[in-house]
Design a protein around this ligand. Structure first.
Ligand SMILES: Cc1cc2nc3c(=O)[nH]c(=O)nc-3n(C[C@H](O)[C@H](O)[C@H](O)COP(=O)(O)OP(=O)(O)OC[C@H]3O[C@@H](n4cnc5c(N)ncnc54)[C@H](O)[C@@H]3O)c2cc1C
Length: 509
């Protein structure tokens, strides 16, 4: 149970007494930019000492790579290996833990899948999330209160602004909801997105030619509160402002899912909870600290090279970010047209809860007009009766200006500089935050997720690579230009199905 309002009051007084800022420890985690840049620059790597012949190599152990492996294993195929460059698999769904709580490093929830999302439901059944009677395991449905917004100096329930709205603002919200209901009914927006693309009429395709901001103007949607909310949503899901994003992607966020009153599925460790359970079955296939630095086509096979081993394989499932293929694969594929957005996440350990004004702490806590996306309380799903300490996972998509410039800012600031940025942002809603935080770890993700800018969704190169062909198939969720668990899973499973259909003809199965 989180502190009651009265306890918040008491902690505010403690805050006032403790004038001096606490000493805050911490540092950066998972700093792999240098290795990535060495790949890009085709630097020299040590030659492998071991040679392994294996029918299938999966490059990248994020959700897409693990889902490909999940499918292969479930179909009784075991002649494969997953090569993951980091110390641990999971990619953007990795998690951490300290003596207060487990916490996510990036992906932190899975929306409850509707009946058409058969793959996600299959996995949910396997993990005990979807129960045999068709109900959802309440333990992992997000507990109330789910979301709140700091607006006009106090917290309100829900993320959609509701304080200070004029009649016109309210009417514009309704107008927007009507558009969404219409698009939802059209069937053009689905999850996984490929199901809807087949049905995408010219009207839906045209949305990919303009930005979400332009679409809003064309529809006469000018309410500042509504614009903030839409922009928050596109930054949250795509790391990109609504003025830069394809209107198709902006609308997909709202129109792809049926209005659902159940909360998302979430865990203290975020989607790391799912990764841990996948790894319980797949760990024997995973080789961590195995960065692939070259994938070279031979006559009918592929050589996949790491500093430890050289693998000879018939099929490669390329589940690492797709733009890496231009650096690794020989012969190099055409240029990948989709840029990626830089993000920063941080896990803050709090020795006590800051004072609170307005409604009580929620799972997701957002500050109006902040450059960040706010924070998720990692201990929210904790059923312990009393929580003195907590961990907050803080999210910031660096969306202003060009991604290249933003990456420079991301990597240019040292830990102390970023720590100050984070605390200054949080201080607007929590003036005593500096007296509460004892530790901040920061994760800088230079190429965190694809940016679905206008033209990305129907780009011929995206559509070509998303259709498996040949003996190297792509699987990362960026193939969808939408960074979602469901897209990563579906891409991984499609790649595995394609391999299974074709590998027997090569005689290696
Ligand atoms: C901050 C943030 C928050 C997010 N929150 C959510 C959320 O709440 N819910 C949600 O559904 N989605 C969320 N996402 C989207 C998330 O990216 C996807 O859900 C999914 O986890 C992506 O999986 P992936 O396997 O496609 O890609 P990645 O997670 O990027 O996995 C790629 C893997 O390839 C490895 N790799 C790269 N290069 C090499 C190489 N040369 N050799 C070997 N291995 C290599 C990487 O180390 C990594 O493990 C979030 C993303 C970010 C950045």
């Amino acid at each position: 149970m989180k502190p009651t309002r009265r306890e918040f009051g008491a902690s505010a007084l403690v805050g006032l007494a403790a004038k001096a800022d606490r000493k805050i420890s911490g540092g950066f985690v998972y700093e792999s930019q240098e290795r990535g840049h060495r790949l890009r620059d085709k630097a020299r790597f040590a030659s492998p000492t071991e040679r392994v012949k294996i029918p299938v190599v999966i490059v990248g152990g994020g959700v897409a790579g693990l889902s490909a492996a999940w499918r292969l294993q479930k179909r009784g195929f075991h002649d494969f290996v997953i090569l993951e460059m980091e110390d641990a698999a999971g990619g953007n769904a990795r998690s951490g833990e300290n003596n207060v709580s487990a916490y996510p490093w990036a992906a932190h929830y899975l929306p409850v899948p509707d009946v058409k999302e058969v793959l996600v439901r299959e996995l949910c059944q396997e993990l005990g999330l979807l129960l045999p009677d068709g109900t959802w395991n309440e333990r992992w449905l997000c507990h109330s209160p789910q979301e709140r917004l700091f607006l006009h100096g106090r917290w309100q329930e829900g993320i959609e602004p509701s304080i200070g709205l004029t009649k016109n603002d309210v009417a514009q919200y309704r107008q927007f909801e009507e558009h969404i209901a219409e698009w939802h009914a059209s069937g053009a927006f689905r999850i996984p997105m490929d199901y809807g693309l087949d049905q995408a009429a010219a009207k839906a395709r045209a949305l990919d030619q303009i930005t979400m901001g332009e679409w809003m103007r064309r529809e006469g949607l000018y309410s500042p509160y509504l614009k903030w909310f839409i922009d928050y949503s596109t930054r949250d899901d795509y790391g990109t402002h609504m003025e830069d994003i394809s209107a198709w992607a902006g609308l997909h966020y709202f129109a792809a899912r049926a209005p659902e009153d159940k909360g998302p599925l979430t865990w203290p460790d975020g989607n790391g909870w799912i990764v841990k359970r996948l790894l319980a079955k797949l760990a024997p296939f995973v080789r961590t600290q195995s960065m692939v630095y070259r994938i070279q086509q031979q006559r009918k096979t592929w050589q996949i090279v790491t500093e430890k081993a050289l693998y000879d394989a018939d099929f490669v499932v390329f589940a690492a970010p797709t733009h890496f293929a231009s650096w690794l694969v020989d012969p190099a594929p055409p240029r990948w047209p989709i840029d990626s957005a830089p993000w920063l996440t941080a896990n803050l350990t709090l020795d006590r809860w800051p004072a609170n004004h307005g409604v009580e702490y929620a799972w997701d806590n957002v500050i109006y007009n902040s450059p960040s996306l706010g924070y998720v309380v990692a201990t929210h799903q904790n059923v312990a009766m009393h929580q003195d300490r907590t961990v907050w996972t803080y999210y910031w998509a660096l969306a202003d200006g060009s991604p290249t410039d933003q990456r420079r800012i991301l990597l240019g600031g040292d830990w102390a500089w970023w720590k100050e940025k984070i605390l200054t942002d949080l201080q607007r809603a929590h003036p005593d935050i500096r007296q509460c935080v004892s530790h901040i770890d920061i994760f800088r993700i230079g190429h965190a997720m694809p940016r679905p800018v206008p033209g990305a969704i129907f780009h011929p190169e995206r559509l070509r690579r998303a259709r498996p062909q040949g003996s190297l198939v792509y699987a990362n969720c960026d193939l969808s230009a939408l960074s979602l668990f469901e897209e990563a899973q579906s891409r991984g499973v499609s790649a595995a199905d394609y391999v299974l259909r074709n590998i027997s003809s090569t005689g290696t199965r």
